[in-house]
Design a protein around this ligand. Structure first.
Ligand SMILES: [Zn+2]
Ligand SMILES: [Zn+2]
Length: 760
């Protein structure tokens, strides 16, 4: 069992068995792969060892478990065969993720004697597109977007030869029979159609500072020379993306090392078959255009992952162009564009030229984003390369489940048999086009994985679009699940546990069972139930929707809460004017807070970060999610031990409360003293880590539990996460955090599915 279908597993079994002189048969079934062997006992033992060795196992295969039983010999078999009928194959495991070009294919592409020399769509069983080209099941060529290309004799011979690296590689193609590239202007008029010239001209345009839209595996990228600041700024302006950092691509780790610090684990991750964007610490004074990534300490780098990318960089090297910005081909927060016509229509005003191809992308898949915490890879966005690889559970789900996810950074999830199948990153559902994409994606994946869920799990928030969608699934049982409970459950599900554990959820916002907006929670949680053990003391937020963007709102709230009746707007005008220069607005919001008009009570930790970042003049508005918290983390230069003070208040019958009033006062005093932002920010982060630790200790005291699960969007903050882990470890806790799904709202859907699975 494991990832053993669609990855060249049967041919590998065939090769090993034949090599050892064993006879028998191998076939796919609903659980994975079954192998029947006849031969000498020691040869069978050797077979089992070799099957799991890196040298013999296909690179993409992953064996989760292997049961061995002895069978009576009914008749002696003379040879080893592959049973190719896929009819009994489970659709669950047929479709695998899109994988970066493998070394063998790169070598062939560079070999003048090979018939795929310089062919931009070279692929084999070990690499190439999968998920992005599948239209239906079973995963066979006619059900992919490759169906329009008829294989030539040479390709067909490889495709049907069991011992070939391209045996049953559905997208197999060559220059003779497969897709081709062309370069067009922004109206779609072909400038060049001959492969080599297309690539040379694209490289020429890019090195001259032009913006080119490039069609890749999961969609279009907008590309521009990352060292040309004017060009990058032009891209920013046209894409209507004011501040969010751009990702970059190049063709070797050595080049990345010129611009960023690459640890050994980061290097492995960059070179992995999944080829995600990895966030890496910037080198000082490096020549990357400043507008690529302002206000953060990291660059997002990925290596080439499609053959076309490699061919392009080969040409770019002739111009001395090292690195490209490769950002999602879309405007603002709309869905990624993956088809030629819409690309010209929507991106014609952004890109000067289009590098197109005629292999249709059926499912758009964004690049995955990963960073390293304690040298462990942690997801910020899970998409290309990883989706739709399932996450396995110990127990079979009694019923099939659909989990709708959260509204921001949405993913959804299906539970079927012993697998959780999470969708790729869908986006923020408040954008009408993203919502439309969400609905279509649910339908597509439901068909692809043959799921007929009668149980639907969703967030407790009645206003979420995902909740409303779930509620509209008329014939289903709907289970509403508190947001932060789902966060903690996502950690349990990934680790195959059911709890209880002490859950620390540090997050922006989530709807609470009391109608307040929760965000910093200490829970005693299992997949069956949760108890709210402690939380950040409530503070009021004025103007619900605006409060997550405008930092002045939480800043005023925290000041009023910290100083109570002693608060006086005039006294803090010096500080608040940094955030909102319009005194009138300050008065209006302040009055609103005093009267409680259009206010909600919240324990959001994300908003506290916003307020503190704004007090330190790091910005006053979140143009994109977590912009201010990221800026606040970015100013920390070194870990220091000092911290601000906090209080834990324990009233009988109520959850423990973490009060940050003292922190606010000390922090303002430090600003007045002129202490650097770097130190203030570190003291602030340390205070939160210590506060979370104290809540966990109190929970341990009361429950005798010793395992802490960390989740929630605030744990995308590396400094805070590392600090928390360090403190918790020192205090003897064992720690769990998200490793297979993001700790932000992208991980909520699997948590919802895991909880629902226990309730049916
Ligand atoms: Zn390959
Ligand atoms: Zn061919």
């Amino acid at each position: 069992m494991g990832r053993v279908q669609g990855v060249g597993f049967r041919p590998a079994v065939y090769r090993i068995a034949r090599g050892l002189g064993l006879s028998g048969v191998v076939y796919n079934d609903t659980k994975g792969v079954t192998i029947e062997l006849q031969g000498k006992e020691e040869k069978i033992a050797e077979f089992l060892v070799r099957l799991q060795s890196d040298a013999d196992k296909p690179p993409l295969a992953e064996i989760k478990s292997c049961d061995v039983v002895e069978l009576p010999v009914i008749e002696a078999e003379g040879k080893f065969t592959i049973q190719t009928s896929d009819s009994q194959g489970s659709p669950l495991s047929q479709v695998t993720a899109d994988i970066a070009t493998c070394r063998d294919c790169l070598a062939e592409m560079a070999d003048k004697g090979d018939f795929r020399y310089g062919y931009p769509f070279i692929n084999c069983t070990n690499c190439g597109p999968r998920y992005s080209i599948v239209k239906n099941i079973p995963y066979d060529r006619p059900n992919t977007t490759m169906s329009v290309f008829k294989m030539c004799d040479k390709c067909a011979a490889q495709y049907t030869e069991v011992t070939d690296r391209r045996f049953h590689a559905q997208p197999v193609a060559c220059g003779e029979c497969g897709p081709n590239i062309r370069l067009t202007d922004n109206k779609g008029k072909t400038i060049e159609a001959q492969t080599e010239k297309v690539i040379a001209e694209t490289a020429h345009l890019l090195s001259a500072g032009k913006i080119v839209a490039i069609k890749g595996i999961g969609g279009f990228h907008l590309a521009v020379d990352a060292l040309n600041n004017k060009a990058v700024e032009r891209l920013r302006e046209r894409k209507k993306r004011d501040h969010k950092p751009f990702a970059m691509m190049t063709d070797s780790v050595e080049k990345i090392k010129k611009y960023a610090l690459v640890s050994e684990s980061a290097e492995q991750l960059l070179k992995s078959p999944q080829s995600p964007i990895v966030l890496l610490p910037k080198r000082r004074n490096c020549p990357i255009a400043p507008s690529v990534a302002e206000g953060v300490r990291t660059y997002g780098f990925m290596l080439c992952y499609a053959p076309l990318h490699y061919l392009l960089f080969e040409q770019l090297n002739n111009y001395g162009t090292d690195v490209l910005v490769m950002t999602s081909g879309n405007i603002s927060d709309e869905p990624l564009i993956c088809r030629n016509e819409p690309a010209l229509e929507r991106l014609g005003c952004v890109a000067e030229a289009f590098l197109m191809h005629d292999r249709e992308i059926h499912r758009q898949v964004d690049d995955s984003i990963v960073h390293l915490v304690d040298e462990q890879p942690v997801f910020l966005r899970r998409a290309r390369g990883y989706v739709p690889s399932p996450i396995f559970t110990e127990e079979n789900c009694r019923q099939e489940i659909f989990a709708a996810g959260a509204d921001l950074k949405n993913t959804f999830c299906f539970a079927k048999q012993n697998q959780f199948i999470c969708s790729e990153h869908i986006g923020d559902l408040e954008d009408a086009e993203v919502y439309h994409h969400y609905i279509n994606s649910i339908e597509h994946l439901r068909k692809l994985f043959e799921v007929e869920p009668k149980v639907v799990a969703c967030d407790l928030h009645p206003g979420y679009l995902s909740t409303q969608y779930a509620m509209s699934s008329a014939d289903s049982k709907v289970i509403s699940i508190q947001h932060h409970w789902a966060h903690i459950a996502s950690v349990l599900a990934e680790h195959g546990l059911s709890g209880p554990v002490i859950g620390l959820a540090a997050d922006g916002t989530g709807y609470g069972t009391d109608g307040a907006i929760w965000g910093c929670e200490c829970m005693i949680a299992s997949l069956e139930k949760f108890e709210r053990f402690g939380h950040l003391a409530y503070y009021p937020l004025a103007g619900a929707d605006k409060a997550s963007k405008e930092a002045v709102r939480p800043a005023l709230s925290l000041l009023q809460k910290a100083y109570g009746s002693k608060f006086n707007l005039q006294k803090f005008e010096w500080l608040l004017k940094r955030i909102e220069p319009d005194i009138n607005r300050l008065h209006i919001i302040s009055e609103q807070l005093e009267k409680g008009a259009n206010c909600v009570q919240t324990s959001s930790l994300g908003r506290v970060f916003d307020a503190v970042a704004a007090m330190l003049r790091l910005g006053s508005y979140n143009h994109f999610d977590a912009q201010l918290p990221m800026a606040l983390e970015a100013v920390i230069e070194n870990e220091i031990e000092e911290q601000y003070d906090f209080e834990l208040t324990n009233r009988t019958g109520e959850p423990l409360q973490l009060d940050l009033g003292k922190m606010v006062k000390e922090l303002i005093a430090d600003i007045q003293k002129g202490l650097t932002n770097s130190i203030i920010s570190a003291k602030f982060h340390n205070c939160l880590a210590a506060g979370l630790l104290e809540m966990a200790k109190a929970a341990r005291e009361s429950t005798k539990l010793n395992t802490v699960a960390l989740s929630g969007g605030v744990f995308c903050n590396r400094y805070l996460t590392i600090r928390c882990i360090k403190l918790l470890k020192k205090t003897g806790f064992s720690i769990l955090f998200n490793r297979d799904v993001p700790s932000n709202d992208g991980g909520v859907s699997i948590g919802q599915a895991a909880i629902a699975a226990k309730q049916v």
